[in-house]
Design a protein around this ligand. Structure first.
Ligand SMILES: [Zn+2]
Length: 266
């Protein structure tokens, strides 16, 4: 007959054995990890100038340096005018299973430069005053959050997004084709080791700097702007560059016609 303490020790070892075997069997969750590449955060001089509107354009290249792809699927229809649907993130596990999470809204953007489905609120931009080489001051302009069709634009990372956690996807998986498919078949995303590019000149990639004083500012880009995309880390979701805004507006020419009355540069 075992003593009480002996029985307790045996029960304890069984509990430990059970917990260890559970931990050993738990699959790894292959989250993406989004990061805006600083070398894609390019700025461009205004393209359209009106007396009260000076559009300051920029590009952005969010990369995925995570363990797994960012894959967004369409869920239930939410509305028809405009067409909207639930955005569902599919996250792979290393045992081949997947988990699903609702992360926002998909909307059909019928603007001329898009004309496909977007994942809403993916990036946001701010123009901020400069305190020093690493610190920002007050917000001067906060853009509305922008949405895009997420695709594999190019299989390169770097530019502030080093440290790939997973294996680079050898081939392009996501193209605009997936953003043209009506829900429930829609799919979009960014593969591991690839980045997307939102060029200047497309809707959502500009802010109106009319009235902003000449000077040097921080242009800040935040990816996963609504914070709903599940990632291994959100600590690398912000990129910043300094931009120099110089007005060369001719006060004798009220309509600002002529070439480049504003200049912006890094
Ligand atoms: Zn688009």
């Amino acid at each position: 007959m075992k003593s009480i303490s002996g029985r307790m020790a045996m029960i304890g070892s069984l509990i430990c054995l059970g917990a260890e075997s559970l931990i050993a069997q738990a699959p790894d969750t292959l989250y993406p990890n989004l990061c805006p590449r600083t070398c894609n955060l390019e700025v461009h001089a205004n393209q359209y100038v009106h007396p009260d509107t000076v559009w300051f354009w920029y590009e952005n290249g969010p990369a995925n340096i995570g363990k797994g792809e960012l894959r967004i699927l369409s869920g239930d229809t939410l509305g028809t005018n405009p067409q909207t649907a639930k955005a569902i993130q599919r996250i792979s596990l290393d045992n081949g299973d997947s988990i699903y999470d609702t992360i926002g809204t998909l909307v059909f953007d019928d603007a001329l430069s898009h004309d496909h489905w977007h994942f809403e609120d993916f990036v946001q931009y701010r123009l901020l005053t400069v305190v020093n080489d690493t610190a920002v001051g007050d917000s001067v302009i906060v853009s509305p959050k922008s949405g895009f069709c997420l695709v594999d634009f190019h299989d390169s990372i770097a530019c502030g997004c080093d440290g790939l956690e997973g294996s680079k996807a050898p081939d392009r998986v996501f193209t605009t084709t997936g953003c043209l498919v009506e829900p429930p078949g829609l799919f979009m995303g960014i593969s591991v080791g690839w980045y997307d590019l939102y060029g200047f000149g497309i809707e959502g990639q500009a802010m109106n700097i009319a009235g902003v004083a000449n000077g040097v500012y921080w242009l800040e880009s935040t990816v996963n702007a609504n914070g709903n995309v599940r990632e291994t880390s959100t600590a690398n979701n912000v990129a910043m560059i300094k931009v120099n805004i110089i007005s060369t507006k001719d006060s004798y020419e009220a309509n600002n016609s002529g070439s480049s009355p504003f200049r912006v540069g890094k």
